[in-house]
Design a protein around this ligand. Structure first.
Ligand code: SAH
Length: 536
């Protein structure tokens, strides 16, 4: 039950979520989400925006997909009023712009009547965003000096009050005046896919030229965006042929013809490719961003979770030993190790000076970068390849191994190779310290399972051998069958070996074990297969 707290002032922000691409949320929208107690979100608001809200914030789906309304408008209004009264900070996240065919006006009226403070954060509306991503500038000096938004909702009349229906245009009627509209040079119809035949025939009957260029853009700004271009007369047939459905926006005007040279989004190299990323949730974002920038639709399917070390005292002892000068070398094998060491230093109220008397080796450029960013330390030695073998081969050139004292700060599943090689070469001390634990996630996201079932996944990326092992175990006995036809991309030789050992055939391996090379390998392979198919 919600208890009204009169000391706390409730506040509701109607935030435009933009058209779908997460990057199109406003800075203000993000700030409000970051401080929200409750987020009430729509069908068209990208659920990935919820990641900006605090984990403990309540997230309420208010639905609204044509015909399957999960909450009525009245219920939504009441919910906002009720949460505002209870003193909560509410974000009402609405697809596109809250006031453009979004019933945001009605929600504000309810808040105002209840005396609840509110704010409206505009969002990028579909009629601007979808054409922009389809390569259609909605105005052009030579072609049109106005651009009109219209709702094409087929139930327009049903949803209006009798009072509204009785009003004339001058008094604020919301009826569509077809003879005037047919004269406009550029129009966007929202919610108009089902009623497209009616819209097109009204326009032509009222004098619009049947050869006017027109486009329908479905899921604009999403990686699954699809665009159909035709003349006004052919539009309905083309949309049916390509099976476009809601949410889609229709643009009618000469500017549509400019798309043939300006289509920048749908021509990105990985556009339309569905790629699953199996790294930890924390690490996925960097790879996701790079793949999305190339146009891919990314499914984040973490197979590994990181947990605090099983034996934190052993980590503490290793840090104390480093501080006492008991090690000649400290070896960090991943960016995660660096993060965990930073946490341990904080936990034990130590700082990076404990490493002042030892030298530091980092496996991989990302590990070295993490050292610099998180601890302001620079590695004394980074082997030429980001694998333990390379470190073991090259370290002797940087210092004597025999009699040396080493501390390996790494995951609990580190391979024994490094310890063995250092011991073989006469190291006096090799402390192999697990600074974190890795565990297989409990399950795979529904989105990946479904996409695999429908054979919609083009690629899966693997950035470690444990990603391979964990995915195989999460997919179960029939993993080979489930991965049939999916291209597998590996970050390096060890990951590739794990794939082969699981009886899987890899498609590409990164030239050198880093994210840039992994993305490049996928990109090159896709470009080569597109060229082979003769597609554009
Ligand atoms: N407030 C929203 C519009 C809500 S009405 C805005 O400002 O964009 C819902 C309609 O918006 C859909 O039926 C469709 O016509 C359009 N729409 C919303 N998001 C869209 C998208 N990503 N691509 C194409 N059309 C979209």
């Amino acid at each position: 039950m919600l208890v009204t707290d009169s000391r706390k002032k409730g506040f509701v922000a109607l935030v435009g979520a933009g058209p779908g691409d997460v990057g199109l949320l406003t800075v203000r929208g993000r700030e409000l989400l970051e401080r929200a107690d409750v987020v009430v979100y729509d069908y068209l608001a990208n659920v990935r925006l919820l990641q900006f809200a605090p984990e403990q914030a309540e997230k309420i789906y208010a639905g609204k997909k044509a015909a399957s309304h999960s909450m009525t408008q009245e219920q939504i209004n009441q919910l906002l009023v009720q949460r505002g009264r209870a003193g909560q900070r509410v974000v009402r996240l609405k697809g596109g712009d809250p006031f453009v065919f979004g019933r945001g006006g009605e929600e504000c009226e309810a808040l105002s009547a209840a005396g609840i403070r509110f704010e409206v954060v505009p969002g990028i509306t579909a009629a601007l965003a979808a054409p922009a991503y389809a390569g259609i500038p909605v105005t052009h000096r030579d072609l049109n000096s106005s651009f009109t938004f219209i709702t094409g909702h087929e139930k327009e009349q049903v949803y209006k009050s009798t009072e509204a229906l009785a009003r004339t245009p001058g008094e604020g009627s919301s009826d569509i005046d077809w003879p005037s509209i047919a004269k406009l040079p550029c129009i966007a119809f929202y919610m108009g896919v089902k009623s497209l035949p009616r819209i097109v025939s009204q326009l032509i009957d009222n004098g619009m030229c049947a050869t006017t260029p027109a486009a329908v853009i479905q899921w604009g700004t999403h990686p699954r965006q699809r665009t159909v271009v035709a003349t006004l007369a052919n539009l309905v047939g083309e949309v049916e042929k390509h099976k476009l459905s809601a949410p889609a926006i229709t643009i009618i005007g000469q500017v549509v013809a400019l798309r043939k040279n300006l289509n920048w989004f749908e021509t990105r190299p990985l556009f339309g490719r569905c790629i699953a990323v199996t790294r930890t949730r924390h690490q996925a974002s960097e790879l996701t961003r790079r793949l999305e920038e190339l146009g891919a639709q990314v499914i984040e399917a973490p197979t590994i979770e990181l947990h605090p070390p099983v034996d934190p005292d052993r980590v503490h002892q290793a840090l104390i030993k480093a501080a006492r000068g008991d090690y000649d070398w400290v070896v960090l094998t991943s960016a995660n190790s660096v993060t965990q060491v930073r946490r341990a230093l904080q936990q034990w109220q130590l700082d990076a000076r404990i490493f002042s008397s030892c030298r530091i080796a980092a496996i991989g450029a990302a590990t070295n970068q993490a050292l610099e960013q998180e601890l302001c330390l620079r590695a004394d030695f980074v082997p030429s390849r980001a694998v333990a073998e390379s470190l073991a081969d090259e370290l002797p050139a940087h210092g004597k191994i025999s009699g040396g004292r080493f501390s390996l700060l790494r995951a609990d599943i580190g391979r024994p190779l490094l310890v063995q090689r250092l011991m073989q070469q006469g190291a006096a001390v090799v402390d192999d310290v697990a600074v974190y634990q890795t565990r297989t996630t409990e399950s795979l996201p529904e989105e990946l399972i479904e996409a695999l079932e429908h054979k919609r996944v083009d690629w899966i990326t693997f950035t470690s051998s444990s990603c391979v092992k964990n995915l195989v175990s999460l997919l179960g006995d029939r993993y080979n069958e489930k991965l049939q036809g999916v291209h597998l991309a590996s970050i390096g030789p060890i990951t590739s070996t794990a794939l082969r050992e699981a009886g899987l055939q890899l498609t590409v391996e990164a030239r050198s074990p880093d994210l840039d090379c992994l993305v490049e390998a996928i990109n090159e392979f896709s470009a080569a297969s597109v060229a082979k198919e003769g597609a554009v």
